[in-house]
Design a protein around this ligand. Structure first.
Ligand SMILES: [Zn+2]
Length: 149
């Protein structure tokens, strides 16, 4: 069987997204570099695939079935994507506002977020690597927010 393909519009044919792609697709702080979920690392996609390359929901944390449904333009999957993308953007705006309230103290913001994680885990201490990830993320957020001022 032969399928017509086109270069992946998200990773531009590399099979993975890097910081430059993330910036181009306006997904800073919401995606991490790694395998491209748009083309599944192949660098090419079927010509009929036309889901927006910047769709945040189309990421490697979403089950493979759902990723396939998105690429096929399944309406249910697309509406879940719309909700997810909107919530992600709102979360980012909320975190930037909170950082401003804390006068740019990203360590205090990270501490707050770790406390929230603890609540979600019924008081259990989050893993050290998760705490480090939160701290790094908050630091990136502060650089990002600073560059937008
Ligand atoms: Zn790709």
């Amino acid at each position: 069987m032969f399928f017509k393909t086109k270069p992946c519009p998200r990773c531009l044919g590399k099979g993975s997204v890097d910081d430059a792609d993330i910036k181009r697709l306006n997904a800073e702080l919401l995606w991490l570099p790694g395998m491209c979920a748009y083309c599944e690392g192949k660098g090419v996609v079927g010509v009929r695939v036309n889901v927006a390359p910047e769709t945040l929901y189309l990421n490697m944390d979403v089950p493979k079935r759902e990723r396939r449904a998105l690429r096929r333009g399944n309406r249910g999957a697309l509406s879940r994507a719309e909700i997810y993308d909107q919530r992600s953007r709102e979360f980012l705006i909320h975190m930037i506002q909170r950082l401003e309230e804390l006068e740019g103290d990203h360590q205090a913001l990270a501490q707050e977020h770790i406390e929230e994680l603890k609540l979600h885990m019924k008081g259990k201490e989050p893993k050290e690597q998760d705490k480090v990830a939160v701290l790094e993320w908050c630091q990136q957020l502060s650089e990002y927010a600073g560059s937008k001022l």
